[in-house]
Design a protein. Structure first.
Length: 237
């Protein structure tokens, strides 16, 4: 899709600095004439992802002039209350493990719902109709707020509560990590794939000292496991 073929009305992308949200950002830039980004500082253990956000954005602007012209303002919202209330392995330095409820203790209750509500409030003010999130229920850790049913229900709630016709877009919902790597290549060739692989951050431990074929991370946490397995499957063709 050429810039002249993009959809007017603009989009707001929930952008964490990770693999999924970066790929979703590239997807949005291929479709919408104006794209803004929003991130959240909620006291996450892997807060280094916030440091990766401007690096990724700068790399995308430098590599793709067309995308650079479409990229608008980037906002980071402080949501310390999430970390204070959740007490999970993503907000405390504790062992990552499965809970008695069958969910990993990296699940931050209500996080994505809160993110979407704040994103909708900003989209309302900016006149942006489309809200894009890199959530997925095909290849994930079992988080209930990543499910398609949750996103659809949230869209209804936001449209009713704000009296707007927002569209919540989830381009990764039905694809696994291997196909997410492939989507990055389809969107921007090996240049964009390398940005996703080398500059984004997924590791729950916040480790960027260890370098792997699939990117940087501790190599043992669930996020690294998913990313590594996805890369192996992608590289094998």
């Amino acid at each position: 899709m050429h810039a002249s073929d993009t959809i007017p009305g603009g989009a707001l992308v929930l952008f964490s600095g990770g693999q999924d949200s970066t790929t979703a950002l590239g997807w949005a830039l291929q479709r919408y004439d104006r794209v803004e980004t929003i991130g959240f500082d909620y006291g996450q253990r892997h807060r280094i992802e916030l440091d990766c956000r401007p690096v990724v954005l700068d790399a995308m602007r430098a590599a793709f002039p067309g995308w650079s012209a479409q990229l608008g303002e980037d906002v980071v919202v402080s949501l310390d209350a999430i970390g204070a209330l959740s007490g999970t392995a993503l907000t405390r330095d504790v062992e990552i493990k499965m809970g008695e409820d069958g969910l990993p203790n990296t699940f931050v209750p209500g996080r994505n719902l809160i993110f979407l509500a704040f994103a909708a409030a900003l989209a309302y003010r900016r006149g942006l109709k489309h809200i894009v999130a890199g959530v997925c229920e095909t290849d994930y850790s079992g988080y209930p707020d990543c499910r398609d049913d949750t996103i659809k229900a949230m869209q209804v709630a936001l449209n009713l509560g704000l009296e707007r016709r927002f569209v919540l877009e989830t381009p990764l919902m039905w694809i696994d990590k291997a196909r997410t790597f492939q989507l990055a290549r389809d969107l921007g060739g090996d240049i964009f794939l390398d940005i996703v692989r080398e500059q984004t951050h997924s590791c729950y431990a916040g480790d960027r000292t260890h370098v792997h074929e699939w990117g940087r991370g501790c190599g043992v946490c669930p996020a690294c496991d998913l990313r590594a397995e996805g890369w192996r499957k992608f590289a094998a063709g």
